[in-house]
Design a protein around this ligand. Structure first.
Ligand SMILES: [Zn+2]
Length: 384
């Protein structure tokens, strides 16, 4: 049978939120994947981290960060403003929001991940959205080239998961391609760990159970791959970790108590870990900046720090002022959700809970230190 085997396959398994600290004190494929590295994450949510993994670029360069940004001139959401006239008790139900998100996604032909979250409909015409296109195909980035552009140009026969599908289906699709022996590179996308960690937190035994499940699944993938390839190189990586929430702050109410007019004096969007502000007159900037200095559990990021993080955007696209909470402090309510949850990420990348992981059965190429290095690893492994 060995003479019919293909020479080599490299499999990169992406497990969302499999943080370095999530793995601490746990056994996960220790013997199978002895090369283990902590990777520095990128400042932002998965909407920023995944584009950085796929391109090797930082948010300033690929222009993917938080989903919504102030841009009334280009906002595609003007028709949705009418929904703001309906009672919030109706249109803000999770199921109703999901349904409206689906309709909008189909109407505009968005192929990316689209979710309206909890942005108020009465303000939605002020915002545009940064992930309209599928990131996991050639040409998927707002700016720059992703690994799929390189794979396509180099003519590499590869497998990539459909990120819209559940994990079990993605595993089946990968195994089906491995059995053909025709691919030389694979990227398996596993998203469920992130949702579990948000829900139960990293200390939960449910996380141990989930890790045991991943281990069993990946052993099976390795077994099948070894039947069809002489050499199987396996890399397990993630985009960020998960902090346990210990404090909630109602940032929105504090800002609204200033009595300024949203949309006329200022525009704000509240992500789970940061408030992002645009000012429409200098007096408002002064008043909001002063207020934020008195909010405990967070700080305004100086421009120089945003530059170091690669999150200084042309035209301050994603906010003229970024107020970031300390790790474990959650903005509730926010425009991403109204309910408190156990775990959150999207804090400063210097915090240990933000660190991502890279585990492998071979020494990884190019001495990776940050999640952007996964891109270079994928190019080296695929030859693209
Ligand atoms: Zn998440």
């Amino acid at each position: 049978m060995s003479d019919t085997k293909a020479p080599k396959i490299s499999i990169v398994v992406f497990i969302d939120a499999l943080g370095w600290d999530v793995l601490k004190g746990r056994r996960f494929m220790d013997a199978r994947l002895p090369f283990r590295r902590k990777l520095q994450s990128v400042f932002g949510f998965s909407s920023a981290c995944i584009p950085s993994i796929l391109t090797g670029l930082r948010p300033r360069e690929h222009r993917h960060w938080s989903f919504f940004y102030y841009s009334p001139a280009t906002s595609p959401f003007k028709p949705l403003r009418l929904l703001g006239l309906l009672p919030r008790s109706l249109v803000d139900r999770g199921r109703v929001r999901n349904l409206i998100s689906k309709v909008v996604k189909r109407f505009y032909n968005y192929t990316g991940y689209f979710q309206l979250y909890n942005i108020p409909f009465k303000y939605i015409d002020k915002f545009d959205y940064c992930e309209k296109n599928d990131l996991f195909v050639p040409g998927g980035m707002n700016r720059g080239q992703n690994i799929f552009d390189h794979l396509k140009r180099a003519g590499v026969p590869y497998h990539v998961s459909n990120w819209r599908d559940p994990e079990a289906r993605n595993l089946e699709a990968l195994k089906a391609d491995l059995i053909t022996g025709k691919i030389t590179f694979a990227l398996l996308y596993m998203a469920a760990m992130d949702a579990l960690l948000h829900q139960v937190g990293k200390e939960s035994t449910q996380v141990d159970q989930k890790l045991a499940w991943y281990e069993a699944q990946l052993e099976e993938v390795l077994r099948i791959a070894a039947e069809h390839y002489d050499q199987v190189r396996l890399f397990v990586c993630s985009d960020h970790g998960m902090a346990t929430v210990h404090t909630q702050v109602d940032l929105m109410s504090k800002v609204e108590a200033l009595g300024l007019a949203f949309g006329r004096d200022y525009t704000a969007t509240y992500d789970s870990t940061m408030g992002r502000f645009w000012f429409h007159n200098p007096a408002t900037r002064e008043r909001i900046s002063t207020l934020l200095q008195q909010v405990p559990g967070g700080r305004t990021l100086p421009q120089q720090e945003l530059e170091q993080l690669g999150c200084d955007f042309e035209g301050n696209q994603f906010g003229e002022l970024i107020f970031l909470m300390d790790a474990g402090v959650l903005i509730v309510p926010s425009h991403m959700g109204v309910k408190p949850i156990t775990g959150m990420h999207g804090y400063h990348p210097d915090h240990p809970d933000s660190d991502a992981s890279l585990l492998s059965n071979v020494e990884p190429p190019h001495d990776p230190k940050a999640i952007t290095d996964i891109f270079h690893l994928m190019r080296a492994e695929s030859g693209a």
